[in-house]
Design a protein. Structure first.
Length: 162
């Protein structure tokens, strides 16, 4: 009967180890997803940076066009209507630039939040795997003891039961 008990405990221990390894593997997968979320957010933020450069180029082209057209028409490009038009174009461009920068920041923060969620899931998965493995092994060990595993004489003699 002792060999059967040992076999049951060995199988239970192997099952517990397997359960912990599965949890570890799942946690690694979640950690990889967290890394991918960060990378994707960074890629998206780089698109916004490029868009910001385009906005700045557009502002400069618009300013240059206003100055050139005003100058070719014999108007002072740095006063009057030409200056007001240049200021308006710059203000609109800067507003667009701020929007692009906000979108970049939102993208990066969103990626970090998603990565943090994946990492929290990974921690929870590891914890649940460990608890499940120990609980499973502990239950088997307890059941083996109840069914007829090695008897403990320590408590039975002190209580007057033996």
């Amino acid at each position: 009967m002792g060999a059967t008990v040992g076999l049951q405990l060995a199988v239970s221990a192997a099952s517990a180890v397997s359960q912990m390894q599965a949890a570890r593997s799942q946690a690694r997968g979640l950690a990889a997803q967290a890394t991918m979320a960060r990378i994707q957010a960074k890629q998206e933020s780089l698109k916004y940076k490029a868009q910001g450069v385009q906005v700045m180029d557009n502002i400069l082209r618009t300013q240059a066009a206003i100055v050139a057209r005003a100058g070719s028409g014999g108007i002072d490009p740095f006063s009057g209507s030409a200056l007001k038009l240049a200021k308006y174009a710059a203000a609109k461009g800067v507003q667009e630039m701020y929007t692009v920068q906000d979108n970049e920041l939102i993208t990066i923060r969103g990626g970090e939040m998603q990565a943090a969620q994946y990492m929290q899931q990974a921690k929870s998965t590891m914890k649940a795997g460990m608890i499940g493995a120990f609980t499973s092994f502990g239950t088997t060990a307890y059941n083996v003891g109840m069914i007829g595993g090695p008897q403990s004489t320590l408590g039975s003699t002190k209580l007057g039961l033996g």
